[in-house]
Design a protein around this ligand. Sequence first.
Ligand SMILES: Nc1ncnc2c1ncn2[C@@H]1O[C@H](COP(=O)(O)OP(=O)(O)O)[C@@H](O)[C@H]1O
Ligand SMILES: CC(=O)N[C@@H](CCC(=O)OP(=O)(O)O)C(=O)O
Length: 296
Amino acid sequence: MTVEQKYLDKADVLIEALPYIRRFHDKVIVVKYGGAAMVDDGVMRRVMGDIVLLKLVGFKPIVVHGGGKEINRWLERIGIEPHFENGLRVTDEPTMEMAEMVLYKVNKELVSMAESFGVKAIGVSGKDGALMRVNKAYPDGEDLGYVGNIDSVRPEMLEGFLEDDYIPIVCPIGLGEEFHSYNINADVAACAIAKAMHAEKLAFLSDIEGVYRDPKDPSTLISELHASEARQLIEDGTVGGGMVPKLQGCIDAVENGVTRVHILDGRIRHCLLLEIFTNKGVGSSVIGDNTPKFHS
Ligand SMILES: Nc1ncnc2c1ncn2[C@@H]1O[C@H](COP(=O)(O)OP(=O)(O)O)[C@@H](O)[C@H]1O
Ligand SMILES: CC(=O)N[C@@H](CCC(=O)OP(=O)(O)O)C(=O)O
């Protein structure tokens, strides 16, 4: 009796994944799922399905989500024009209120999606259990309103959730001065959570393939870069907009114990699984200056 090639191919894929499953067993991986890659329900379900798979094969995934585009849509509906300074939203009181409402909604949608795959998920914001305490941010001396710099992260709650077999899903709202809500850039929040949880990996799912040397030319994708190269790209202005906090987060993470940070296009089917379980990397990854370059 012969076995059809397509079934053998499936078995080969599982075998190729074996060393990665063994290597990352029980390791924390923080996935930042950005609003730009929350294209529709189908894409969101697929991303959450991949994260559930990571959990079921033994990883300890933690999701930190964004929702910037959805916040923009709702602000525009009530006649407020969104403003950003270097990738950070200028957040006055009504904007904060809207951001909080939208992000809590996104949070619960992601929890439902994860639960629909038959695993336990729990949604929290940085205010719950004082997970993320913030102080008011003044980037380059500018007052952006209720924008928070993370002051401290209390990881015990997340450790407890992982212990109890939940996938924690974190919303980037912080507990600030006078117990007010503060808006945190989700990339910055993901990085702080990854550091506090001693994550092995941090992956940013965005709407772009990775980091380009020339932002207008997709053939200039940089597949692997050291922290110092990433810093140079920010300094010389090669990266702009939302890529700035993302790359700053990558540098901070790899200089503080995270082994490798990935920037991936979350709209590409199963990009996370391709990056983690196959020998073929997709997107860009940032590593510490002392780590030799090669795909993990
Ligand atoms: N050199 C660069 N390489 C890649 N992206 C860049 C670069 N410079 C600026 N960007 C911008 O950064 C954006 C990604 O950040 P952002 O929109 O905040 O994503 P997310 O909402 O997923 O966090 C890209 O869509 C792109 O427009
Ligand atoms: C201060 C700040 O910029 N906060 C972000 C929080 C959401 C976010 O970061 O969403 P994305 O990951 O989808 O961009 C904002 O209000 O848009």
